[in-house]
Write a protein that binds this ligand. Sequence first.
Ligand code: MCN
Ligand code: CUM
Length: 798
Amino acid sequence: AEAEDGGPQPEKHCGHGRGGMGEEVKRKEDQRFITGRGNYVDDIKKPGMLHCEIVRSPHAHARIENIDKSRALKVDGVVAVLTAEDLLEHDLATMPTLMDDTQDVLVNDKVKFQSQEVAAVIATDRYTAKDGAQKVVVDYDVLDPVIGADKALEDDAPVIRDDIEGKEDNHCLDWETGDEEATAKAFEEADVTVKEDMLYQRLHPAPIETCGAVGDYDPGKDKLTVHMTSQAPHIHRTLFAQVSGIPEHKIRIVSPDVGGGFGNKVPIYPGYVVAAAASYVLEEPVKWVEERSENIQSTGFARDYDMTGEIAATEDGEIQAVRTDVLADHGAFNAVAQPSKFPAGFFNIFTGSYDIDTAYGTLTAAYTNTAPGGVAYRCSFRVTEAVYLIERMVKVLADELDMDPAEVRRKNFIQPEQFPYESATGWNYDSGDYEKALDKALEMADYDHYREEQQRRIEEDADKLLGIGVSSFTEVVGAGPGQSCDIAGVEMFDSAEIRVHPTGNATVRVGVQTQGQGHETTFAQIVAEELGMDVDDITVEHGDTDTDPYGLGTYGSRSTPVAGAAAAVASRKVREKAKAIAANELEAAEEDIDWDRESGQFHVTGAPDRSISITEIAAGAYMNHPKSEEPGLEAINYYDPPEMTYPFGSYIVVVEVDRETGEVEFEKFVAVDDCGNRINPMIIEGQIHGGLAQGIGTAMLEHVTFDDNGNVTGGDFMNYLLPTSMEIPEFETGHTVTPSPHHPIGAKGVGESPTVGSPPAIVNAVVDAMSHGGISHVEMPMTPDTVWEKLDEAGLSM
Ligand code: MCN
Ligand code: CUM
């Protein structure tokens, strides 16, 4: 059975047995990963390869008065020491950020954050490079650092960006959305209004593999090859061409196996440029791989939104308006990784899953003496912050009205028949059935039982309180329509190319780049489904700009919504041509050839016996091609999505809060996700598990902190706490299926849903344990001391 758009219908196709849509195909890439045969940037070794170590500033704000290279150059094995001056000669001293700001590759004049790149030492091996780096003497004139967006905007704050002409303050940008007047009116007239301040703290994506690159300029071919940890090789090639002046066809970016990205590998970092520039200057391959603390301290961080949320509602819990005001810390450069027309990302979606008439949001961003921020971290372009805001505020409202938070949600959900739905801030939701997902989660969580248990513990004055948190989030992924979404000016389409070979197998090349999401499996499944091929007969390639079609890369859970659509459309193009070949082989008219999804065979209408498989057709395409067609069997598609997709879910978290220690333990963790039609349920479940772990890290442990001097006090894994298996409970996952009406296979993205949706559920649960004591909010990360203070404030501590 085909859906109207020709795509498979939800969940009906599990098990044609060829590894198509909906089958739990084991990940093809895992063979090499679990046998230690992965090929990461640091595995690349080239003859004559040199190594690069970056000298970083110990100060957060300082003018460089002098750099003395002489002692470093005397170290045996040190080949060169590069500074801004050297890069200036080659016009490589600065690079554009993704938001059109200009960042020094190596500091030219003034250091703007601790660990900023000051010089690069190139040597025959890594240890010698490090020895050399310790012998570079830099004289600094230390300036007062500006830490904290609020401090940055004070009148007498030192100006960080005096490199920008006429800049006399640390103001970075203002942004607003929605209807100010109508929202103000709704608030004036409302029965009930609630307000809460909340910080979405600074986080670091912390992939297992840090960032790195091997630059290799070949003077013979006049070609620069850069192997680098990139989530977006093509756009990085374009930016490299723009920075270096090297023609784009003379640059090859290869992103080999990537050990996790999570947004960290979307921007371009100075280290990449230094490795490439050093290779260009020295005409030898140069490798740069950063250490863990360098990764945490100097590569982009995420969040750092200080938000105020407000809701206006009726007495019986109908939400009439939402208002928010944000103070954002953007660090020393505006390097946020968002489509360029969205300075606050997709934060506009803060009306969430609810049918709310009017909304208004404002944001002010400031420069501070910290590493450039807003890169993204499993976030869908600031949707994480938006979801946190609205899902926290709904809980605040429910407590104010003394209503069940699940009921308040149910009352306000956008109803299935309202889709496509335009939100108060102008976003077009494609499809949803929020109540269904919530009901399923409530049932899985045994919600009523825990509500009773919670009451019982309060009445019995138990040592451990119970809290139940709900989050019914809506995500927006699949950037995006080229008209509104671009990265550095390039429209955010994506691509897939399929070549079916004479012996009946195929190579698929895609414009997105996997970092652990399993694309080599799931993209093969899409093609297997659409061509009736076996998934084992399909190889997926990605991450090489010399061979793959141009694409915008993997982030914002866009691979399935955009490149996945391209893979389906390209498959259907192949299928059309296959029909002509089938007609030729079967001696029938092309109009009389049907394709049967179940069997994967092409057959003459009304005569299922007269059939032919894609393998036989492939042979025909090369060995007996119809004269009406070109030989060969391939197709390419560049897909510009008409709209984004809006996955959603309901998460329910039950926690125990220890009144004596403030410790929080997870009693139950239920996640019901809806990402439309599912390609590989097992991979989806893995994505959910990983993302929930990161949501727990966010809610309970993680925070990049600074002291007043701008020292990163959370800059290593001793101080930046990641969750381990000890902190992660058993997850109970479930799903509903609401296909995207505009996506060729009805799929939505899912990679970020769990990280986006879970932090508010967790915080809501901890607050819920104490709300009878009047507690309305607990700031993340909810460490035992933070929680204990709240218990104490509520008179609940022991
Ligand atoms: N999928 C599916 N059916 C759907 C939707 C998705 O089977 N309806 C599958 C996809 O085919 C893909 C995976 O789930 O194999 C994730 O797909 P998608 O939601 O399209 O997200 P992307 O592939 O674009 O991945 C990006 C997303 C982001 S933005 C971050 S950040 C993140 C995440 O994925 N980083 C990750 N998950 C990660 N997982 C790993 N292991 N490593 C990272 O760095
Ligand atoms: Cu928002 S982190 Mo992911 O988009 O790479």
